[in-house]
Design a binder for this molecule. Structure first.
Ligand SMILES: [Zn+2]
Length: 136
């Protein structure tokens, strides 16, 4: 803690379970990140479209309404949001083997490492950054 070499990032946590959200918020804040939360995919998209763009989105797979995969598709299809890395996570071991979702991290260190790895945009976050074409 308090390591001056560690970058702090902005993270959007999307999970329908309040206790999971508060675990992530506590853990990420402990690592020095700023965290915003959404309890549904729809709410997450709304926040993103209002212009509060995080370094990375961490989303649960199973949520009422839009699920984590649908959310990541919606983000990828929106030219304003497509550059945001999104990590789809599941607490379901079977799903983590059979889908692109990854295991939910359970420790502060694991979660911090995931955020540090995922935030590759931090250095190029200026508005001048080139738009890399990936088709419409
Ligand atoms: Zn960052």
């Amino acid at each position: 803690m308090g390591d001056p070499g560690v970058k702090s990032h902005t993270v959007l946590v999307v999970d329908d379970e309040a206790n999971v959200r508060s675990f992530y918020v506590d853990a990420l804040e402990e690592s020095g990140h700023s965290v915003s939360i959404a309890s549904t995919g729809e709410e997450a998209l709304e926040q993103l479209r209002e212009g509060s763009l995080p370094c990375v989105v961490l989303t649960d797979v199973r949520m009422p309404g839009m699920d984590g995969f649908e959310l990541s598709r919606a983000i990828a299809e929106d030219p304003q949001l497509a550059s945001i890395p999104i990590v789809v996570m599941t607490g379901d071991k079977i799903l983590s083997f059979s889908s692109p979702a990854r295991d939910k991290p359970f420790s502060v260190a694991e979660l911090d490492a995931l955020v540090q790895r995922s935030c590759s945009l931090h250095r190029v976050s200026s508005a001048a950054s080139a738009q890399v074409g990936g088709g419409p």
